[in-house]
Design a protein around this ligand. Structure first.
Ligand SMILES: Cc1ncc(COP(=O)(O)O)c(C=O)c1O
Length: 384
């Protein structure tokens, strides 16, 4: 007699089996009309599915041994090593881990910054992702919102004027490397100059590179955004450009900062250096797999494809007299808000008077054509 409990799909009643297969069909159909969010549909991790039968858990610091052995720390370390090189970190100067997504990475950056400068004031622009003010409320951080320019980039005059008033307080700069709505990149060189000109000695720069962190390393002459420009930490999403069925991301930070927050925990037999206790063990494998299958060359090609789709979309918009635009190095195409029916069908995000499509790796010329046809038909119907 076996003492193992086993439930196969046949344990499910026919009704529930049918419900699941209908739901799968619905999801597959919906993801064919998926233009408005920075999430890639382009991935295949099926060779890794056997790992889903293991209770993987990456609890603790990925760079240390843990009492829980069913982890993928060795792969997680390789993913972090790949990104350390990509982001021009000095050898052994940067630490990181695989997060649940961009939000957790931003929370980690803010956590480190505040541990180092508990009395610091955090500066972030109006165009910052909605999760950041929420994180600031959670940690009771003192913060000031800086104006944004019309393209979504931080208003440096406002930053300089605000920093000048508080020049005696440590400055924590939350910089956007690709804003959510317009893909605008805050100029780290200008920010560094403002800090230097104001002789602010204590400061910390965190970069939110949720989407563009996996684009800028693969373009010619990218703007400053990584460890080569003196930043302290950076957060990148994994399910955006790389693609993953489970949300994930990465955070990398200067090791000296992380050493300040590390605490030994006997229960897990390792250091507690991450935000959550239990951590996803399959997503580091997904990222590792994608890095090895695609490599830098593959990611460069993917980014080139995305830029060409974005430019094609701008051209097609122009043909129906809609002015669409994108920021430099961005695959986010911004256009004036259109009829709700078309936006809903294509799952297009809006904010104030704008809407955007994001030319993610799965977006094809054909989908852009279909979307523009829908838009055109809708406009013509409104005229008649
Ligand atoms: C600029 C920016 N930061 C942070 C996030 C949050 O990332 P995630 O959804 O991976 O938590 C997003 C998501 O779209 C984003 O665009």
């Amino acid at each position: 007699m076996t003492h193992r409990l086993h439930f196969s799909t046949s344990s499910l009643k026919k009704k529930e089996q049918n419900r699941l297969s209908d739901f799968l069909q619905f999801l597959s159909k919906e993801t064919n009309h998926f233009l408005g969010y920075p999430i890639s549909r382009e991935f295949d991790y099926s060779p890794l599915y056997p790992f889903l039968n293991i209770p993987l858990n990456n609890v603790g610091d990925p760079f240390l041994d843990s009492r829980y052995h069913a982890n993928t720390h060795q792969y997680e370390r390789e993913v972090i090593a790949f990104f350390s090189t990509l982001l021009h970190a000095k050898k052994n100067a940067v630490w990181g881990y695989v997060t649940n997504g961009g939000t957790e990475g931003n929370m980690y950056g803010i956590y480190l910054a505040r541990e180092i400068h508990p009395d610091g004031l955090l500066y972030y622009s109006e165009a910052t992702h909605y999760s950041v003010p929420k994180i600031l409320r959670m940690v009771h951080a003192r913060s000031i919102m800086i104006k944004s320019q019309p393209n979504g980039e931080m208003d440096y005059q406002d930053l300089a004027a605000t920093l000048r008033i508080h020049a005696d307080v440590p400055a924590i700069i939350f910089a956007n490397i690709g804003t959510t709505m317009t893909g605008a990149i805050d100029d780290i060189r200008k920010i560094n100059k403002i800090i230097k000109d104001l002789r602010i000695k204590k400061y910390y720069i965190h970069c939110d590179a949720a989407l563009s962190g996996m684009i800028l390393p693969f373009v010619n002459n990218p703007p400053d955004f990584d460890f080569a420009s003196g930043i302290d930490s950076i957060s990148i999403s994994g399910h955006k450009m790389i693609g993953s069925p489970i949300p994930c991301g990465l955070v990398l930070a200067k090791k000296t900062h992380v050493d300040r927050i590390a605490r030994a925990v006997e229960y897990i037999g390792t250091l507690d250096t991450t935000v959550t206790g239990s951590r996803n063990g399959i997503t580091p494998l997904f990222l590792w797999y994608a890095i090895h299958c695609k490599g830098k060359e593959g990611f460069t090609k993917i980014c080139q494809h995305c830029f060409s789709i974005a430019d094609y979309a701008i051209k097609r918009f122009a043909e129906i007299n809609i002015k669409a635009w994108r920021n430099p190095h961005s695959i986010t195409v911004v256009f004036p808000k259109q009829s709700e029916d078309v936006l809903d069908k294509w799952q297009i995000a809006t904010q104030k008077e704008y809407a955007h499509i994001v030319a993610m790796p799965h977006v094809s010329l054909h989908q852009i054509d279909q979307f523009i046809d829908d838009l055109n038909q809708d406009i013509e119907q409104q005229v008649t």
